[in-house]
Every structure is written in structure tokens, then in C-alpha cells.
Design a protein around this ligand. Structure first.
Ligand code: NAD
Length: 318
């Protein structure tokens, strides 16, 4: 019987890609890890460094600096290559340069008959996930963007701090563009099953509805603050990508907020945007359509328009 080995190829071993590789190694996700970067020394150095940690890892793994040929037998190709935001730059400002980078990368992957799942993290992620789907011709459910996975985790963290509660017991989504137009879905936010609104009402002396929007602003603007301080954000997104990878490889049917292809969902067609979705070994199994309030619905449509306009500016045949 052939041994089944899960192979993940990471393209772009900068701050995000190398943190992701480190996260995979530490959490024992995937059996084979292939690193590719334009900067071959960076990828080679990362491989050497990661291999030196194997003796301390939870499971054995084979790690090497690879080439696009290695995509042939890959289960997942994760793209974290491309330009990062400079201080003051928005994610959308990166669309032109990173879509040019993606054309080359996706073509190179597909030249080697890749037949797995793409995960995209490079910004603007919703736009580049769409571009990856178009350039690759892979079925839409097998192209997944990291979308608002990180923003959702940031929101859960901020709410857990505010309510002094374990983040794993706080449930709330950020949906829409992974960027300035994203929105919180307060109507479905809950603490252990109790809606955030009711929870606040029950503890009026301690909490206030007026604090919710400033909490969201901290989430929305988090990347700007981190980039100002240290030039890049990478640990949080790397852990989100590991979570997504595990959900796929272990066929978990887990609900995560990722950039998924909308085909009539939330009133949108032919666009990738951050929504809650069920992820399995086959990719996106199902998109969960939340009943949004009128105000949330309006904000979501405006956010989708931002993504659509950017896609149209770089991909005119859209
Ligand atoms: P970085 O500059 O540290 O790394 C980028 C890497 O890509 C570099 O090592 C570079 O050599 C490589 N690269 C560039 N062109 C390439 C090509 N054609 N083929 C192979 N490799 C190539 O940047 P970073 O901080 O790791 O950020 C990477 C991307 O991830 C950025 O677009 C950033 O905005 C994005 N990001 C996304 C999220 C999210 O939530 N989705 C969070 C943080 C960062």
C-alpha cells in the first residue's frame, strides 16, 4: 500500500511564509514541506533553520527548498509571495504589482499539473484569490483566500479582553474585504451562546454598546499599527493559515471566515470575499449565509463593491 504523505508547498518565504512554515512544524501539520522563493538563499536558509528544529517537533517532517516541479504532487500550494504594505499604504495599493507577481507564480504552478488546493494570503487577498482562480482554472472551491480569518481572530481577541473571557468562547465574525471596508457582524456575535447585546444588557454597570464600534476600529486598523511598529504582521496570519491547512488536510469540516467564491451568496456573484465557510479536504464545502441586519447588509454590499472595483481595474475582462 502506498504511504499517504501530505505535501504543502509555500511560495514566498518572507515574514508571513516563514512564520507559517514554523507554525506547521510546531503544530505537526503536513508531512512534507517545500519552500520556494525568488530569493533562493532565503528559502534555503529557512529550510536549514527549520530542519534544525525537527528533533523538537511533534512529528517527523521532510522539509526542502524546492522548485515548481514539486507542485505536481502537492496537496496544498500556499502563496505568500509579493510586496507587503509600506507604512501608510493600503492593501489595495498592492493590487497592480502583486497581480503581476501572481500571473507568473500561478502559471508556473499549473505548468506542473497541480491538482490540489490553493491558499492565498498575499494582499489584497480577496482580489488575488480571484486572480488565482482565473489564472489557474482550478475549480472555485479549491481556491481559498485567507480572507478575514485573521480579522475574525483579532475581533475575538479584542472582545475577550473587553469581556475578560477566553477568546475561544467568544464568537464573532468579520466579513467582507480583508481591508478597510470590512465589517463586524454584531448581530451574530455571542459569548457562549448569549448574544453580545444581551450580555451587555445583563451587565449594564460594566459594559456599554458604545464600546463595540471602537473595538472594531482596533481590529480594522491593527495591521497599520503593527506595521508602523515592526514593519510587518506575520504571526497571527501564519497561525490562521496553519488552522486552515489543518482543516483541509484533516478533513475537519471546520467553519472559518475565508475568502470564498460567491455565486449568488449574500447577493453577490463572481467575486471572492470573506464569509464564514465550511472547509474540508475538498476545499470550500459550503458557504454559511448569515441573516444580516439591514445596516450590515449595506456595509457588506459596499465592501464587495470595493473588491469588485479593484478586480476590474487589474483584470479588465472581469
Ligand atoms: P515579505 O516581503 O517579507 O516576503 C515576501 C516574499 O515574497 C519575499 O521573500 C520575496 O522574495 C518573495 N517573492 C516576491 N516575488 C516572488 C516570486 N515571483 N516568486 C517567489 N517569491 C517571491 O512580505 P510578507 O510580510 O511576508 O508579506 C507577504 C504578503 O502577505 C504581503 O502581500 C502582505 O500584505 C500579506 N499579508 C497578508 C495577511 C493576511 O491577513 N492575508 C497578513 C499579513 C501579510
Amino acid at each position: 500500500m502506498n504511504e499517504v504523505r501530505n505535501r504543502v508547498v509555500v511560495i514566498g518565504t518572507g515574514a508571513v511564509g516563514s512564520s507559517y512554515a514554523y507554525g506547521l512544524l510546531n503544530q505537526g501539520v503536513a508531512d512534507e514541506l517545500v519552500l520556494i522563493d525568488l530569493n533562493e538563499d532565503k528559502a534555503e536558509g529557512d529550510v536549514m533553520d527549520l530542519n534544525h528544529g525537527l528533533a523538537f517537533a511533534p512529528s517527523a517532517k521532510k522539509i526542502w527548498r524546492g522548485s515548481y516541479k514539486d507542485c505536481k504532487d502537492a496537496d496544498i500550494v500556499v502563496i505568500t509571495a509579493g510586496a507587503n504594505q509600506m507604512p501608510g499604504e493600503t492593501r489595495l495599493d498592492l493590487a497592480d504589482k502583486n497581480s503581476a507577481v501572481f500571473r507568473k507564480i500561478v502559471n508556473a504552478v499549473m505548468e506542473h499539473s497541480f491538482d490540489g488546493i490553493f491558499i492565498v494570503a498575499t494582499n489584497p487577498v480577496d482580489v488575488l484569490t480571484y486572480v488565482t482562480w482565473k489564472y489557474s482554472g482550478v475549480p472555485k472551491e479549491r481556491v481559498i483566500g485567507s480572507g478575514t480569518i485573521l480579522d475574525t481572530a483579532r475581533l475575538r481577541f479584542q472582545l475577550s479582553e473587553y469581556f475578560d473571557m477566553d477568546a475561544r468562547n467568544v464568537h464573532a465574525y468579520i466579513i467582507g474585504e480583508h481591508g478597510d471596508s470590512e465589517l463586524p457582524v454584531w448581530s451574530h456575535a455571542n459569548i457562549g451562546g448569549i448574544s453580545v447585546h444581551r450580555y451587555i444588557e445583563r451587565h449594564k454597570n460594566k459594559y456599554s454598546e458604545d464600546d463595540l464600534e471602537p473595538i472594531f476600529h482596533k481590529v480594522r486598523d491593527a495591521a497599520y499599527h503593527i506595521i508602523e511598529k515592526k514593519g510587518a504582521t506575520h504571526y497571527g496570519i501564519a497561525m490562521g493559515l496553519v488552522r486552515l491547512t489543518r482543516a483541509i488536510l484533516h478533513n475537519e469540516n471546520s467553519l472559518v471566515t475565508v475568502s470564498a467564491y460567491l455565486d449568488g451568496h449574500y447577493g453577490q456573484t463572481d467575486i471572492y470575499a470573506g464569509v464564514p465557510a465550511v472547509v474540508s479536504r475538498k476545499g470550500i464545502r459550503e458557504i454559511i449565509e448569515l441573516n444580516l441586519t439591514e445596516a450590515e447588509e449595506e456595509r457588506f454590499q459596499a465592501s464587495a463593491a470595493v473588491i469588485r472595483n479593484t478586480v476590474e481595474s487589474i483584470y479588465p475582462s472581469h
